[in-house]
Design a protein around this ligand. Structure first.
Ligand code: ZN
Length: 181
């Protein structure tokens, strides 16, 4: 399986950060089976790195179409922490990321059209949040998130809610094993 991961938040991917969350898999990278792209949003600004992550991801997915892809946009999280979830900066960040997601979606639709592939697109957040900003407590609002799952070139997956975080990767891999391409 060929895999791809892109993010503007270093702890996810940078091998120099303490234990990157997504394994480096150097041998797979050398063999071209695993490609990563990461930028330091803390230093360069999250709006900037999100655009770079999106551009790289669009290009790579369009040309290579790896079987499993992970793309993380940082600015919604960043603005949510800074300004809370009920203010214009947060909604503006949502709007910008919506556009980046739309562009990626078009790349996937093109692959489906050109190569007859079947894709499942999943969208989620890294954590829940208080309206005023901040998390880490025990409330439902902070500990819950959403998971959007839809098919491109195939039916939408039918998953029973609620899904606990520890179940997600298993569910995704099971769905992939039922894809025909
Ligand atoms: Zn956060």
């Amino acid at each position: 399986m060929r895999t791809f991961a892109a993010a503007g938040w270093l702890p996810l991917l940078d091998p120099r950060s303490p234990a990157p969350i997504i394994r480096e898999r150097k041998m797979d990278q050398l063999a071209g089976r695993h490609v990563t792209f990461y930028k330091d949003g803390d230093t360069l600004g999250y709006e900037t790195v999100d655009a770079e992550v999106a551009a790289f991801a669009q290009n790579h997915i369009s040309l290579e179409g790896p079987e499993l892809n992970f793309v993380y946009f940082s600015q919604v999280d960043e603005f949510g922490h800074k300004y809370g979830a009920l203010d214009d900066p947060y909604f503006d960040a949502l709007g910008r990321v919506d556009q980046l997601v739309k562009n990626l979606h078009e790349v996937i639709e093109d692959r489906v059209k050109n190569f007859g592939e079947e894709w499942i697109v999943l969208i989620t957040t890294d954590h829940g949040h208080l309206d005023e900003g901040g998390h880490g407590g025990d409330s439902d609002q902070e500990r819950s998130s959403f998971l959007i799952a839809y098919g491109v070139g195939r039916e939408n997956p039918q998953w029973e809610a609620p899904i606990a975080q520890h179940q997600i990767s298993q569910i995704i891999l099971h769905s992939m094993s039922t894809l025909t391409t």
